[in-house]
Write a protein that binds this ligand. Structure first.
Ligand SMILES: Cc1cc2nc3c(=O)[nH]c(=O)nc-3n(C[C@H](O)[C@H](O)[C@H](O)COP(=O)(O)OP(=O)(O)OC[C@H]3O[C@@H](n4cnc5c(N)ncnc54)[C@H](O)[C@@H]3O)c2cc1C
Length: 398
């Protein structure tokens, strides 16, 4: 039986481990943490992410937990439209899911065919003519295929593509889910805020499920994410929240109400980081197959266009498809290279678009700001349209 070792049980690792196991691979999943768990947070999935999950056979689980996101447009802090709301075109729009729900669906998708080891931190990877392995310093795991899904600080990537460095994206993000019982009441919870974009600041909010109806999830509420240029704040969460309230004071309603209703305990701050340059390759042929980089390990990028997890699912669906009929040996080594060829241009395009958005968000100086304000509507509109079009068009290889 063909064997795979997946390093990292984040959403990318879980998706690919389940996908491979369902197509007959014997999969070992190694996770450094003492248990496999999700953040108490939400995630926006664009149609490409949804399509990738469907290709991995997880469509039914997803339908039960996803809330469609209506297009609420993009506004300036003064309320003016940068991008007017539009009817969703073909291919539908994004959905919002609670990460814990998604995680449960991914874990359910592992079935009983994946051998999960928690508390196992991989420290090394070995390529060779006859075998491929990862090691912890005490134990070695050998396989035909090794998938590095160990996140932005990936040890496997650091060893195979050391020129690719993790750098700060120059901004920090704060997120929270306000459970329905604590959420302020609005006339229409479904069209809450959409996106508001100002000089160095951005705020996005969405309803997670429907108030008063748990649907498939018991974790509904209002999800919001705020982004600000600069470093993460060292203060306690309550002080961070006070800062956010000051920064976003006078932004369109109901941003103030959402920040006021957020419990500091629910606030998660994160430095936003990315890979520069991207790894030169996403695949390393070795032994009877090789190593594939997947998810943030391959292409961590700022969250401005909501594509990180979507691309991780695309990676997983693509990898599963290209290795489906490959026999260990030359065929599997070639399939691993095909994965790189299919993924690289797609990821590069997404990274380019994300960097443009980072530049728009981070423009500094009076002149830059004036130019930015003049161009903001056009650039944002073009970028948002482009991302939506790319997301709508992507299909997994058959
Ligand atoms: C503020 C913010 C908002 C975002 N919003 C969105 C969004 O709306 N939509 C979207 O698509 N994306 C979004 N993203 C991006 C998304 O969260 C990531 O791209 C995604 O979670 C990456 O998943 P992963 O499985 O590749 O990595 P991770 O989730 O980082 O998982 C890596 C796993 O590997 C384990 N691990 C690490 N090192 C080792 C080791 N040496 N040995 C064994 N195990 C190891 C870790 O413990 C972890 O479990 C957002 C990101 C941020 C910061």
């Amino acid at each position: 039986m063909r064997t795979a070792v997946v390093v990292g049980a984040g959403i990318g690792g879980l998706a690919v481990a389940g996908g491979l196991a369902r197509s007959g691979w014997q999969v070992t999943l190694l996770e450094a943490a003492d248990r496999v768990r999700a953040e108490r947070m939400a995630l926006i999935l664009w149609p490409n992410g949804v399509r990738a999950l469907r290709a991995l056979g997880l469509g039914d689980g997803l339908d039960a937990i996803a809330t469609p996101l209506p297009d609420a447009g993009v506004r300036r802090p003064d309320g003016q439209w940068l991008v007017q709301p539009r009817a969703r075109g073909e291919g539908g729009g994004p959905v919002v899911v609670h990460r814990e729900d998604l995680h449960d669906a991914l874990v359910a998708g592992l079935g009983d065919k994946v051998d999960i080891h928690t508390g196992v931190r991989v420290r090394s990877v070995r390529l060779g003519d006859d075998r491929t392995s990862v090691g912890t310093g005490r134990v070695t795991f050998e396989a035909d295929l090794v998938v590095a899904a160990d996140g932005v600080d990936s040890v496997v990537r650091q060893q195979l593509a050391p020129q690719s460095r993790v750098v700060s994206s120059g901004c920090a993000a704060w997120r929270a889910v306000i459970p329905w019982y604590q959420a302020p009441q609005f006339p229409d919870d479904q069209t809450l805020v959409g996106e508001v974009l100002g000089a160095g600041y951005r705020f996005v909010a969405a309803s997670l499920g429907v108030r008063g109806s748990s649907g498939g999830s018991s974790r509904g509420g209002i999800y919001w994410v705020a982004t600000a240029t600069g470093a993460p704040r060292p203060e306690a969460p309550a002080t961070q929240l006070a800062l956010l309230r000051r920064w976003f004071d006078r932004w369109p309603a109901p941003i103030g109400d959402l920040l006021a209703a957020t419990d500091p305990e629910h606030l998660v701050q994160q430095e936003v980081r990315e890979l520069r340059p991207l790894p030169g390759s996403y695949a390393f042929a070795s032994g009877t197959g090789g190593v594939a980089l997947l998810g943030d390990a391959a292409h961590a990028m700022p969250h401005h266009l909501g594509q990180g997890a979507c691309l991780a699912f695309e990676d997983a669906a693509t990898l599963r498809s290209v290795v489906r009929d490959a026999v260990p040996g030359e065929a599997l080594r070639a399939a691993v290279q095909t994965y790189h060829r299919l993924r690289r241009p797609r990821v590069e395009a997404a990274v380019r678009q994300t960097r443009r958005m980072s530049a728009v968000l981070g423009a500094r100086g009076r002149l830059a700001l004036r130019a930015r304000d003049a161009a903001l509507g056009t650039i944002t509109s073009r970028l948002v349209g482009r991302v939506a079009a790319d997301a709508a068009q992507w299909t997994p290889p058959v």
